[in-house]
Design a protein around this ligand. Structure first.
Ligand SMILES: NC(=O)c1ccc[n+]([C@@H]2O[C@H](COP(=O)([O-])OP(=O)(O)OC[C@H]3O[C@@H](n4cnc5c(N)ncnc54)[C@H](OP(=O)(O)O)[C@@H]3O)[C@@H](O)[C@H]2O)c1
Length: 230
């Protein structure tokens, strides 16, 4: 049974990733900041016959990431899915909230790379050997048509660059790193006007992950498999 570890698993895309991978027969290590407050996730885990386990993880806490790596010592993670992310409310130029910008970098950029480093041995000993970082088309420099959203855009653009570094560092170990854009999706982050529903986005992303498995080539692609401008 392949294993995936998913961050931000208590709601939105993360919760649906848990549901779909569990239904597909995977073992799921579902991570969230506060398991006690994650009713939907704990319900899902409770009905999964032990396939889904819930783990406390604030992705901005390197000590907790190290402790989780130790708890999972010797285990294999076929797919590390760095999904947790934030879109901080931002004012226009001149009213930028620098603390929010820093938080965006901590969650969206530093955390996925730091967790990948903490769990690299678990991924390396697996069959699947995949690290997927959920990014955004808003992190594309080539596609930036509207400006604004300084914190979110720059934190995801930096994630894209750091993931290319990761991909090149880990390719000799047979690990494939992907950057996936889920589309504009109806979640708390995407809002009710988003054109893509959560199950459609996640099914598309899982399909892309399966198709790109083992290619050992990094890519920046959307939930329909289209390559995106860097
Ligand atoms: N929805 C879209 O249209 C869209 C478009 C492009 C990219 N994305 C990306 O897709 C990913 C998932 O987004 P979503 O739409 O599902 O957003 P969401 O509904 O707002 O969910 C965000 C998730 O990230 C978690 N998270 C935030 N900070 C965390 C931290 N410090 N430690 C652990 N977990 C943390 C949240 O947990 P809490 O409940 O504890 O806050 C929540 O589970 C993000 O990386 C986002 O940038 C989304």
């Amino acid at each position: 049974m392949p294993t995936t570890l998913i961050t931000g698993a208590n709601r939105g895309l993360g919760l649906e990733f848990v549901r779909q991978y569990a239904e597909a027969g995977w073992r799921v290590l579902a991570c969230c900041r506060d398991p006690k407050a994650a009713a939907d996730l704990t319900d899902l885990a409770g009905g999964s016959g032990g396939r889904v386990t819930v783990h406390a993880l604030d992705v901005t806490d390197p000590a907790r990431a190290a402790a989780l790596a130790a708890e999972l010592d010797g285990e294999a993670i076929d797919l590390l899915l760095n999904n947790a992310g934030v879109y901080e409310r931002e004012g226009p130029l001149g009213q930028l909230d620098l603390a929010a910008w820093e938080r965006s970098f901590r969650v969206n950029t530093l955390a996925p790379i730091q967790l990948s480093a903490a769990l690299v041995e678990h991924v390396a000993r697996s069959q699947g050997k995949r690290i997927v970082n959920v990014t955004s088309l808003m992190g594309s420099i080539g596609d930036n048509q509207s400006g604004g959203s300084y914190a979110y855009r720059s934190s995801k653009a930096a994630l894209n660059m750091a993931t290319v570094c990761l991909a090149k560092d880990l390719r000799p170990r047979g690990i494939t790193c992907l950057l996936l854009h889920p589309g504009w999706v109806k979640t708390d982050m995407g809002g009710p006007d988003a054109p893509v529903d959560v199950p459609t986005s996640v099914a598309g992303l899982a399909n892309v992950i399966a198709k790109r498995a083992g290619t050992k080539k990094h890519a920046f692609v959307d939930f329909e498999g289209a390559d995106l401008a860097w």
